[in-house]
Write a protein that binds this ligand. Structure first.
Ligand code: GLC
Length: 556
């Protein structure tokens, strides 16, 4: 596969609401991000994925857009956005915007018009269906829904629209009506808007739940619908794939298998640069209650999943590598160990090593580079996330007790990722001079950027080394992947090789000391130490310490 600029790039995701507040209103903003660009430059990342900053009533924190060509006032203005693009560019950082086009906000003018009359020119921009029988009483509303499709945010996916006495479709909240991608006018509007942003100098898009836009409601097909790939090819041709654009695109595709991921990301398919697949997340979800009753992570299953994706996409398509985003729990709490400081730091570095040495483009979510942890708020009312709050109402007490639901929220709720970025030990972690829109994790007193920047062994500097390594070592980016010593239960050992250079990655994913397999004890002296998360290596090497990560390099 021909090499592309985004393959040895490292992406950093900013959730603007929680990153840095420059005005004291308790909500992060664009000027706050600009203030911290030097920090991101020091880390070394070169793409900044910005969660939505468009105008929005914020029912789902901006994933409900009411104007695609304006900025939410709490985040700033279009001028601030232009400045962010310029200032980032000066530091070698390109901006990737979030493209949320499966749905709009109910406050978008298209929907405002569509819901008023069946004759609205925007009526067919959305998905309306009649009741299954004539509605005579208020109780009938729930019963006459066009189908039993459920919303991802709980309850029915159909909401009754009084004015036209029918229902509209929403896969997420009632305030996020789905766009009708069967209508070519919708695609035209969206393409136009995408080009408008690309012309402003952004480098590409992260595409929100993009695998849902090919849905066929009446056939009850939601994800990976039959028209999906045609729609993406059209989008590619009309927007980011145009001559002269050097863009990067990543689709959020919860339902992707390796075969499907190749359809999206093989260059000759002319669709996307890469996709996010979530097998390492959903593998531990409950078949019925999903993440609200997830089971503990089994690292041996996890290794099999990662190795499968590395192997399957070895020659075709391209992987994205991530543990975290604004919807997922903090990596160190979920997959590592945050019960002691030593384990938190070692496991955060080990988990970072695990994915940053794989083939694909790595993504870092704000605060991951500090080892930020999950939050446990005492009261449900401290939680802000609509998915969490709706799920609580839907499941308690019918399927889960209050305590079990809270355990699910602590383990996997989305607000784990959304507490304010911890900049310093100042009040609220230095995130705001006001009162933050969501509680701060009290551990900001010790876990914060300032402390990390003052400690040369910090997680921050470890990430900096990993990012630097990708820019300078082609074997990490393009090398073949080989999983070694698969029988070693508490270890993950793999090799990467490319043009006469190889890396050997040794990871201990347990909290105990583990003896190395015989074949690896006393490595050949031509394997040179490259990186590790303990200050000194064991000589001679015969075991790995708790959560140890060690990388060796060999040049032929
Ligand atoms: C994606 C986003 C999530 C959002 C949902 C609806 O999954 O990552 O935050 O709630 O889509 O837009």
């Amino acid at each position: 596969m021909e090499h592309n600029w985004w393959q040895n790039a490292v992406v950093y995701q900013v959730y603007p609401r929680s990153f840095k507040d420059s005005t004291g209103d308790g909500i992060g903003d664009l000027n706050g991000i600009i203030e911290k660009l030097n920090y991101l430059e020091a880390l070394g990342v070169n793409i900044l994925w910005l969660s939505p900053v468009y105008k929005s009533p914020m029912d789902d924190n901006g994933y409900d857009i009411s104007d695609y060509q304006d900025i939410a006032p709490e985040f700033g203005t279009l001028e601030d956005m232009a400045r962010l693009i310029r200032e980032a560019d000066l530091r070698g950082i390109k901006i990737m915007m979030d493209l949320v086009v499966n749905h709009t906000s109910d406050e978008h003018p298209w929907f405002q018009s569509a819901k008023q009359s069946k004759d609205s020119p925007y009526r067919d921009y959305y998905i309306f269906r009649p009741p299954t029988f004539e509605i005579k009483t208020p109780e009938d509303i729930e019963k006459a829904v066009p189908s039993d499709i459920g919303s991802i945010f709980s309850g029915s996916a159909w909401a009754y629209n009084e004015a036209t006495q029918d229902y509209y479709f929403h896969l997420f909240s009632k305030r996020q009506p789905d766009l009708n991608w069967e209508n070519p006018a919708v695609a035209d509007e969206i393409h136009h808007m995408m080009n408008w942003w690309l012309d402003k100098g952004i480098a590409g898009f992260r595409m929100d739940v993009i695998d849902l836009i090919g849905k066929e409601i009446d056939q009850k097909i939601i994800g990976n619908g039959p028209r999906l790939h045609h729609l993406l090819k059209d989008m590619h041709n009309a927007t980011f794939g145009c001559e002269g654009r050097h863009t990067v695109t990543v689709g959020e595709t919860w339902g992707a298998t390796p075969e499907i991921a190749k359809l999206y990301s093989k260059p000759e398919e002319k669709e996307l640069s890469m996709v996010f697949q979530f097998e390492h997340v959903t593998a531990f979800h409950d078949p019925e209650l999903g993440k609200w009753r997830s089971r503990a992570v089994n690292f041996n299953e996890l290794k099999t999943i990662f190795a499968k994706w590395q192997t399957e996409l070895a020659n075709d398509g391209w992987n994205s590598l991530f543990w975290n985003n604004h919807d997922l729990p903090r990596v160190v709490s979920k997959y590592g160990n945050d019960t002691t400081e030593a384990h938190r730091i070692a496991s955060a570095k080990m988990l970072a090593t695990m994915i940053h040495f794989m083939k694909g483009t790595p993504y870092i979510y704000q605060g991951e580079e500090l080892g930020m942890t999950n939050i446990r708020f005492d009261h449900l009312s401290d939680y802000k996330d609509i998915e969490t709050l709706n799920a609580y109402t839907a499941h308690v007490p019918s399927d889960l007790s209050h305590d079990d639901m809270m355990a699910g929220i602590y383990a996997d709720g989305r607000d784990n990722a959304r507490t304010p970025m911890q900049w310093s030990s100042a009040p609220y972690g230095g995130f705001t001079d006001g009162t933050p829109w969501i509680g701060t994790n009290p551990n900001y007193a010790t876990i914060n950027a300032e402390a990390c920047l003052n400690d040369e062994d910090s997680i921050f500097y470890y990430y900096q080394k990993l990012i630097h390594a990708r820019k300078t070592e082609p074997a990490i980016v393009y090398g073949d992947f080989e999983w070694l010593c698969q029988e070693a239960e508490q270890l993950f050992i793999y090799k990467r090789g490319y043009k006469g250079e190889s890396f050997l990655v040794l990871l201990n994913h347990s909290d105990a000391q583990v003896t190395l397999p015989n074949s690896l004890i006393n490595l050949n002296p031509d394997w040179i130490y490259f990186l590790g998360n303990y200050p000194e290596t064991i000589q001679p090497l015969s075991y790995l310490r708790p959560y140890e990560a060690l990388v060796f390099k060999q040049t032929l």
